[in-house]
Design a protein around this ligand. Structure first.
Ligand code: MN
Length: 236
């Protein structure tokens, strides 16, 4: 009897201990926490997988140069500003980003946004929205076309560099927004906050080699590489 109680209290105690060290759930698939700081996950397909819509050279430079630099600079900022990335999630950093430097804001956003972006795409398309996604989009936008138009407008009208997003806002409603630079809707400084569901990078580095000044064509073609399975998972 005593032994059982002891064993049970042991399990409860250790259970609580592991809860205490567990990280807040990450929106990104896989763990972004390692003991050496924030890291880029391997891109989940080859650089040429999104051809002909996004070319291999753009993907390679985008992932291995631009995005890699955001990750490196984020880790540098974490050291300089004493943010312990082994104990705290990227989401928690973003939700209090106003307390940190512009370098932290730009690169913390840059790291999160790109990791999210690679996961949002896949080759072998085009595919279509899955059941829950289509139902939610139809409910909140009227139709898939209405949503796509609104999203494309947000992406086209973002002046300079930034992102277009589909998010679930704090009222649990799907809305389209756009953010400047590397800001995102998880940041406490965001005009509209929410959970990211879908994101499109409209920085020139994301499309210029193939599309030059034709951002609208890039946006139209991008629907062919959207990973709707991931979108469905994020909505659940
Ligand atoms: Mn980018």
């Amino acid at each position: 009897m005593n032994k059982k109680i002891t064993r049970r209290s042991f399990i409860e105690t250790t259970g609580k201990t592991s809860m205490a060290v567990a990280f807040a759930p990450s929106i990104l698939k896989g763990s972004i926490h390692t003991n050496i700081g924030f890291t880029q996950q391997p891109i989940p397909y080859s650089y040429n997988a999104l051809e002909p819509y996004i070319d291999a050279q753009t993907m390679e430079i985008h992932y291995s140069k631009h995005a890699a630099t955001y990750t490196k600079n984020l880790n540098d900022a974490c050291v300089a500003e004493k943010f312990d990335s082994t104990k705290n999630s990227l989401e928690s950093l973003l939700s209090s980003i106003s307390k940190y430097s512009a370098k932290m804001r730009n690169n913390g956003g840059g790291h999160f946004n790109h990791e999210f972006f690679w996961e949002t795409m896949k080759g072998g398309g085009p595919d279509s929205p899955k059941q829950k996604t289509l139902a939610a989009i139809t409910q909140d936008f009227g139709s898939l076309d209405a949503f796509k138009n609104q999203f494309a407008d947000a992406a086209k009208n973002r002046f300079g560099s930034g992102w277009a997003w589909l998010i679930k806002n704090t009222n649990n409603k799907l809305v389209v927004i756009s953010t400047p630079n590397q800001d995102n809707p998880l940041m406490d400084i965001a005009e509209v906050k929410g959970i990211p569901i879908l994101a499109l990078d409209v920085w020139e580095h994301a499309y210029y080699l193939k599309y030059q000044n034709k951002r609208a064509d890039y946006i139209t073609n991008w629907w062919n590489v959207v990973n709707w399975d991931i979108v469905e998972k994020r909505l659940s």
